[in-house]
Ligand binder design. Structure first.
Ligand code: AMP
Length: 283
C-alpha cells in the first residue's frame, strides 16, 4: 500500500494510472476508521482497478467551537485496516499541504445544504464540498463511495457533481450499525458507557417513526416526529433536530415525494450524533 502525503505526488500517480487505462475508485474519510468506513472501502474495492482512500480531518468543515482538535485520530490503526482491506493508495496530507494559507476560493451548494446540519453548522457543507472537489481534482476517480449515514452530505455531493460536471459516479452505501443499533461513527468514541446506552434511543425512536409513517402515511408524520422527539429527550438527549424532508429536494415531503428522509442530530453530553431512516414510497 502506497502512502502519499503531497498533492503533487498524488496527482502525478493518479494520472499515470488513468493513462494506463485502469479505473480509479475513491473513498474520502476523516480517519479513525470503523466498520462503516470499511463497508464503503469493500464496495469500492470490488469495482475499482486501483483504490484510493483519503484520511484527512478537514479543518474547513469545523466551526470555531467544534471538535476539530479533539477529533479522534489513530493513523497506524487506520493503515492496518486499509492494508487488510486491500486499499492501494492512502492520501493523508497535513492541513497546510491541502490548503494554501491565503485560500480564497470555495465550492458552495446553495439549496440541499440549507436545512438540517447546514442550518446548525453554517460553514459545514461549504467545507465539505470544497475539500471533496479538491480531492476529486487530485484523485480523478471514475467513481467515489459515500455513506447514507451522512444522507444530506451524499445528496449535496451528488448535486455538486451534477452541477459542476465532474465526470465521476457517486455511489451511496448503506448505513452500518453496531449490533445494538447505534449508527457507527468515529465520534461514538467520545461517549461514556452511560451516554452510549442512552444514545440507542435515537435509532429506536427513528425506527418507530418510520413504522408509523409506513403504516399510516404522511398524515401521521408530524405526530410520529413529536413522539420521537419526546422519546429521545426522555433518554437524556439534547435535540438539535429530529425532522423529516423529501429525500430528493430537502423540502417538505408531499404526497408525490419519491422518498422521505427522517433525520436526527442529538447531543449526548457534548457529543453530537446523527442518524437517519429513509422510506422509499412506491408509486
Ligand atoms: P467520515 O470519516 O465520518 O467523514 O466518513 C467518511 C465516509 O464514511 C462518509 O461517506 C460517511 O458517510 C461514511 N460513513 C461513516 N460512518 C458510516 C456508517 N456507520 N455507515 C455507512 N457509512 C458511514
Amino acid at each position: 500500500m502506497k502512502i502519499i502525503k503531497t498533492k503533487r505526488e498524488l496527482q502525478q500517480f493518479a494520472l499515470e494510472i488513468k493513462r494506463s487505462g485502469k479505473t480509479i475508485g475513491f473513498v474520502p474519510t476523516m480517519g479513525y476508521l470503523h466498520a462503516g468506513h470499511m463497508s464503503l472501502i469493500d464496495i469500492a474495492r470490488a469495482k475499482a482497478d486501483v483504490l484510493f482512500v483519503s484520511i484527512f480531518v478537514n479543518p474547513t468543515q469545523f466551526g470555531p467551537n467544534e471538535d476539530l482538535d479533539l477529533y479522534p485520530r489513530d493513523f497506524e490503526r487506520d493503515l492496518a485496516m486499509c492494508t487488510e482491506h486491500k486499499v492501494d493508495v492512502i492520501f493523508a496530507p497535513e492541513p497546510q499541504e491541502m490548503y494554501c494559507s491565503d485560500n480564497t476560493t470555495w465550492v458552495e451548494e446553495k439549496k440541499l445544504s440549507g436545512p438540517l446540519c447546514g442550518a446548525s453548522r453554517p460553514c459545514f457543507y461549504r467545507g465539505v464540498t470544497t475539500v471533496v472537489a479538491k480531492l476529486f481534482h487530485l484523485v480523478m476517480p471514475d467513481f467515489a463511495v459515500f455513506g447514507w449515514k451522512d444522507a444530506q452530505q451524499l445528496l449535496v455531493i451528488k448535486r455538486m457533481v451534477r452541477d459542476l460536471d465532474f465526470p465521476i459516479e457517486i455511489i451511496g452505501a448503506p448505513l452500518v450499525r453496531d449490533t445494538d443499533g447505534l449508527a457507527l461513527s468515529s465520534r461514538n468514541r467520545y461517549l461514556s458507557d452511560d451516554e452510549r446506552t442512552r444514545a440507542l434511543a435515537i435509532h429506536r425512536n427513528l425506527l418507530t417513526a418510520r413504522k408509523t409513517v409506513e403504516e399510516k402515511g404522511l398524515a401521521a408524520l408530524e405526530g410520529a416526529l413529536e413522539e420521537a422527539r419526546q422519546g429521545i429527550t426522555a433518554s437524556g438527549g439534547r435535540i438539535d433536530y429530529v425532522t423529516a424532508l423529501d429525500v430528493d429536494t430537502m423540502e417538505e415531503a408531499v404526497s408525490g415525494s419519491a422518498g422521505l428522509l427522517i433525520a436526527a442530530a442529538v447531543f449526548y453530553g457534548t457529543t453530537r450524533l446523527i442518524d437517519n431512516e429513509v422510506i422509499e414510497f412506491s408509486k
